[in-house]
Design a protein around this ligand. Structure first.
Ligand code: SF4
Ligand code: SF4
Length: 419
């Protein structure tokens, strides 16, 4: 059934979705978006957008709250696609388009090489697909994932970098062309390696292979797992051998209190929340303060909000530190390179009084980074200031108008010569 017809038939305008939404505050947004989408081929001048569709984090809270499984997000996605159809891709959409001149990851690569993974291109039963983010931006995720795979003795190969973009984030921003162009090529490459299992870390890559590719392409002859699902399987098979007590490692008297940040696109969109908790709970000296995803909130990174409204986005990320601290946490563990970067930045700006949510920050670790440490591996090399500095610098250079006040202070902190 046509999307608008579904809303016409089922939406009671009860407003429950708006009550939980961090961005929109009136139920009028629903009929307004329906009108906009329904106007179809009409020029946008006839049916202007009343609400700013860039404000949606795509966090899916509205969908899981709606008694009819509707919410606002589905209409936002359709509106974004329609808008791209009318106006073409925006500068912001270009950031995640691997064929665009202002691709964010290509820009970062001008200053720092992507991760040089071993095992690129070889035949293997397991393929790890780090995606653009873990290859080129938050490299801690990519490097730590292969460390954890090696600690478990897995025979793996890697398909990394912008050349192997999955196209999903671009599609989420309303531009499906990269996905259409690259999807079948990615699938064929995995089949050519004779692989049975594909692992992703990025929730966007997971969505591409698990949901979007099967709707469009053929020959997905392999199982698709997010890394936490694969780590939970390795744990069950007795292949994850934990050698460190993480309470001792962090210098905490007894147990290390961990807040697990649920990435919206894994937890609410894909139902993956038990597996990472199962693995974390099995690690010596570790204790989860949030054993269920109840009350989990968006880190502020998703849906392009970080790019269009950076202040709003990092303030939302600072809220994760506040909430985690209120539960008595010692550290935050994330399971998405984008969430991790934003929460680090939320903590940095909050600590310096540079966002709306002033608070002390907590250390932020990637799930695979924590697992590899628990397995006895050496710490993954990381430089948090460099991570947030380079990604902001790339946004400054790729966008005509990038309005982010903390950038000067960040630049001075990262490189004192810039003061
Ligand atoms: S989308 Fe769902 S929650 Fe929102 S107003 Fe309609 S019925 Fe209510
Ligand atoms: S996905 Fe999240 S931000 Fe977007 S409309 Fe739904 S609740 Fe609001």
């Amino acid at each position: 059934m046509d999307l608008i017809q579904v809303y016409t038939d089922k939406c009671t305008l009860c407003g429950l979705c708006v009550d939980v939404c961090p961005s929109y505050d009136t139920v009028d947004v629903i009929p307004s978006l329906c009108d906009y989408i329904e106007s179809g081929g009409k020029a946008e001048e006839d049916k202007p957008l009343e609400y700013d569709i860039r404000l949606c984090y795509t966090c899916n809270v509205c969908t899981v709250t709606c008694p009819e499984d509707l919410g606002i997000r589905k209409l936002i996605s359709a509106s974004r696609e329609k808008r791209t159809g009318i106006h073409g891709a925006t500068e912001e959409q270009g950031l995640v388009d691997p064929f665009s001149d202002n691709n964010l990851y290509t820009k970062i690569g001008e200053w720092e090489e992507p991760v040089a993974f071993q095992n690129e291109g070889k035949k293997s039963k397991v393929v790890y697909f780090p995606g653009c983010a873990a290859s080129c931006m938050n490299k801690v995720v990519g490097k730590s994932t292969v460390k954890a795979l090696e600690a478990a003795g897995v025979d793996y190969s890697v398909m990394s970098g912008i050349d192997y973009c999955c196209g999903s984030v671009s599609a989420g921003a309303g531009n499906t062309k990269p996905l259409e162009k690259l999807g079948q090529r990615n699938i064929d490459e995995i089949n050519a390696r004779g692989s049975d299992i594909l692992i992703t870390t990025c929730p966007g890559c997971y969505r591409a292979f698990k949901l979007l590719y099967p709707q469009r392409f053929e020959n997905l002859n392999f199982e698709v797992l997010q890394s936490s699902e694969y780590f939970a399987r390795l744990l069950k098979e007795g292949k994850l051998n934990f050698k460190r007590d993480m309470g001792e490692y962090f210098g905490i008297g007894e147990k290390l209190n961990i807040f697990y940040q649920d990435p919206c696109h894994l937890t609410r969109a894909a139902g993956i929340y038990e597996e990472p908790r199962r693995v974390l709970s099995a690690i010596p000296g570790a204790k989860l303060v949030n054993p269920t995803p109840e009350n989990s909130v968006c880190c502020g990174f998703g849906g392009g909000v970080r790019t269009s409204f950076p202040k709003k986005s990092v303030s939302q990320a600072a809220g994760v530190h506040k909430y985690a601290k209120s539960l008595g946490s010692d550290i935050i563990i994330t399971n998405c390179g984008g969430c991790m970067k934003n929460i680090i930045e939320g903590g940095y700006t909050a600590k310096k009084g540079l966002n709306e949510s002033e608070c002390d920050s907590l250390p932020v670790y990637d799930l695979a980074e924590f697992i590899s440490l628990a397995c006895g591996a050496e710490p993954t090399e990381r430089d948090d200031l460099k991570l947030i500095y380079l990604s902001n610098k790339a946004l400054q250079e790729c966008l005509t108008h990038y309005d982010y006040a903390p950038f000067d202070e960040l630049a001075a902190d990262y490189d004192p010569d810039l003061k």
